[in-house]
Design a protein around this ligand. Structure first.
Ligand code: SF4
Length: 745
């Protein structure tokens, strides 16, 4: 007998609602949930393969603990005993910063990843935090922090209502959107065109998204910030600036005029390889559109001027009056956001509160660059202890960070390492303890992060579709127990972690004069929380304290977990609405258009106008059936066009004697790899592309399908030294490489 169950898809940022078909405890099918308030039935090939991802036979079923040099199956008790015995002596002997924490990108796709790592990091007291953000979107966090005073205040394009969309370094037809949660992003772009809107794509590759556009501009990789600065210049030069309603909330406009004075279209045209007249046209069209949104994504972030490009994206939205208005770029309001406080000056955003030990990289948002992880482990300095123990949660930095070979060796030198990971992969194979979470069908789901980036306000929660298999432990409990074991409370009830957070959160809320629970007794509020588990009670608390919440009775029609459970397809909370000035947390209480760290970094961009690259440069690429390194072990999601090949323009190939399908050697500052060439005129001449997340050829892993077609690790071409200095983000695009034909094998 089969049955169906709802599950929000965790396989990309679009958060589609799925209807799973389940036979016994096995997921045998997945289709889009037509009644889902957000995705309305949309599904992509990854979501349709949910059952294959969920039921991958290579998933670990029990914890592994290293004994006599080998990882062996163990009980949960043995595993957490080993964690406590491995981490605490390191903390006690060498200090908290000698324990590193690495959080991978799947953490934002699980409830456990949203609810527990902050408690773990605070409990450890370590400043050695590294996440996938610094090989991805940290520049956007930094620019938002500087402009708006809140690194997580990221405006998203109002896809359903805009008249004009300018995409930079984004390929949502493959990614389904990122830092912009929109189920059926492709359909929304087609709808934009159908209603007479304009779509422009700036990307060195003629991607599927670029093919859909009215205009595609194959910019030289890494020069987006120059192009955007020149567009900003044109807005001032041609008196096209119109802040509209934003006027009272913005400071620094006059100073910005001076700051971009040199960035004329003519001055940047050669560096960007975009004609000056076209840059002027882009600026004029943006200013003339009834509503417009500029949206930059990974291609504009993972470059030497990533923060400047991210800043300029919002500068253009602001100067054309498109920030915070329908059809422009707006700040979503998620149901679990904190209770909005009244508008006014905030604490602002600070960078460089501490630095990495070896290369003195400044922290950003409490994180150090993932590029620096290897050297923080393998290099001794007088500045303090190296990292001697590592906690990796859903992280595979051997493939996702620059110079995996160096990191591979460094991980072997650690005193202790624990990985929370469903697979024995290129990183977790180094661990002393591996703690495997259950497959996604056995976990409840709510998108804490992605709802703060969604193009429509809504809230959804799905309980586990399948009961926990015997011997499994809920991922939330794994992270709670890990937190206790790592912070000297090994053996305590895991519910103590949730109780601690509930107590602290409610304790603060009752003291906040703007909170709906101001002045009440936190114990009385805690007693009112509903939910079957600690994580559910925490979700209930956040909903009830949030902007749509019932305020624990203060707003009886408001949200709480019970109302959410009664709406299995979710609750629509309406289109995005203007929110300024409330989200601003800058010290001035206004949008600070030209913050000092940006001023200090602009000379580097001016220098960039004069730089030229003669040789080939490398960019990444995304595939609809892939997401980082996660899904290469699923046969249904690999093969066909999803292969680790080097895309190269036919004329570059001819010049280098490279033939389609034959192997080429690609050499970068960090090393070299060999991959088959794939000739395609979708590439700009002078630019080659390799996808990331591949390179499953290391011994000691348990990824049978991925190992059969391993691909190569593109990050091995990097040496970790190329960073965007403000954010510490790795430079992954526009990286100089040499390509040479090899004899066919
Ligand atoms: S678009 Fe993303 S969320 Fe939607 S089904 Fe595909 S992988 Fe899942």
């Amino acid at each position: 007998m089969s049955r169906t169950a709802l599950r929000i898809c965790p396989l990309c940022e679009a958060t589609c609602g799925l209807t799973l078909t389940i036979e016994g405890t096995k997921v045998t099918g997945a289709r889009g949930d037509r009644d889902d308030v957000f995705s309305k039935g949309f599904i992509c090939p990854k979501g349709a393969s949910f059952g294959a991802v969920d039921g991958d036979p290579d998933r670990l079923r029990t914890p592994l603990v290293r004994k006599d040099g080998e990882l062996r199956e163990a009980t949960w008790e043995e595993a957490f005993d080993a964690v406590a015995a491995g981490i605490r002596p390191v903390v006690e002997r060498y200090g908290a910063n000698s324990v590193g924490v690495v959080l991978g990108n799947p953490n934002v796709h699980t409830m456990a990843g949203a609810l527990y790592p902050a408690v773990l990091i605070a409990g450890l007291g370590t400043r050695s935090l590294f996440t996938a953000s610094t090989v991805d979107q940290m520049p956007k966090h930094v620019s938002s922090g500087l402009l708006f005073g809140d690194a997580n205040a990221i405006p998203v394009p109002d896809l359903d209502r805009t008249d004009h969309l300018l995409l930079i370094g984004a390929n949502p037809l493959e990614s389904n959107g990122s830092l912009c949660t929109a189920a059926d992003f492709p359909g929304k772009l087609k709808a934009l065109k159908a209603r007479g809107g304009a779509l422009t794509v700036i990307d060195p590759r003629r991607t599927r998204t670029a093919k859909l556009a009215d205009r595609h501009i194959p910019v030289r990789p890494g020069t987006d910030a120059l192009l955007l600065a020149a567009m900003t210049h044109v807005l001032f030069d041609e008196s096209l600036v119109d802040l509209g309603e934003l006027g009272p909330h913005v400071e620094g406009v006059d100073e910005l005029v001076q700051a971009v004075r040199e960035f004329t279209p003519e001055a940047v045209a050669e560096a960007c390889d975009v004609e000056a007249a076209l840059i002027r046209t882009l600026a004029r069209e943006l200013a003339a559109a009834p509503t417009a949104a500029v949206y930059g994504r990974i291609g504009s972030c993972t470059v030497p001027y990533g923060t400047l490009a991210s800043w300029l994206v919002d500068v253009l939205n602001i100067l054309t009056g498109n920030l915070d208005r329908p059809g422009g770029a707006l700040f979503p309001q998620a149901a679990t956001d904190r209770t909005p406080r009244p508008a006014g000056p905030g604490h602002g955003f600070q960078l460089a509160r501490w630095h990495s030990r070896v290369s003195r990289h400044p922290e950003a948002k409490g994180e150090l660059p993932l590029s620096a992880l290897a050297e923080e482990i393998d290099t001794a300095t007088d500045e303090g202890e190296p990292i001697r123990a590592l906690v990796a949660v859903a992280a595979n930095p051997v493939l996702s960070a620059p110079d995996g070979d160096r990191l591979d060796k460094a991980l072997d030198a650690l005193d202790f390492m624990v990985s929370v990971d469903p697979y024995l992969n290129e990183t977790s194979r180094h661990a002393d303890v591996v703690l495997p979470p259950p497959p996604p069908s056995q976990s409840p789901h709510h998108d804490f992060a992605f709802n703060t980036l969604a193009v429509r306000n809504q809230v959804r929660y799905t309980r586990a579709a399948v009961p926990l298999e015997p011997g499994r432990m809920a991922e939330t409990e794994i992270l709670a127990r890990l937190t206790l074991a790592a912070t000297g409370m090994h053996g305590a009830d895991p519910g103590a972690v949730d109780d601690l957070v509930v107590g602290q959160t409610l304790g603060k809320a009752v003291k906040d004069p703007h909170s709906p629970v101001h002045g009440r007794d936190p114990r009385e509020l805690a007693a009112q929380l509903t939910g079957d588990t600690g994580p559910e009670r925490r979700l209930d608390m956040m909903l009830r304290l949030g902007p749509y919440g019932d305020g624990f009775g203060a707003r009886p029609d408001g949200l709480g977990l019970a109302r959410l459970l009664a709406a299995p397809h979710g609750i629509d909370l309406g289109p995005l609405r203007p929110r300024l000035p409330q989200p601003l947390k800058t010290r001035s209480g206004r949008i600070e258009l030209l913050p000092k760290p940006i001023v200090d970094d602009l000379p580097r961009l001016r220098e960039g106008m004069r730089q030229r690259t003669d040789g080939l440069v490398l960019v990444g690429r995304r595939h609809l059936r892939s997401n980082n390194s996660w899904m290469h072990n699923v046969p249904a999601l690999t093969g066909g066009t999803n292969r680790c090949t080097l895309h190269i323009h036919p004329e570059d190939a001819e010049r280098l004697g490279v033939r389609d399908g034959e192997p080429v050697r690609v050499k970068g500052a960090g090393g070299e790899v060999t991959a088959p060439a794939e000739l395609t005129d979708q590439m700009r001449q002078g630019v080659v592309s390799l996808p990331h997340g591949w390179g499953h050829d290391r011994p000691g892993t348990r990824l049978s399908h991925a190992a059969a077609d391993p691909g190569v690790n593109v990050n091995q071409l990097l040496d970790g030294s190329l960073l965007d200095p403000l954010s510490g983000n790795a430079v992954l695009n526009g990286v100089p490489v040499e390509v040479a034909a090899l004899p066919a094998r």
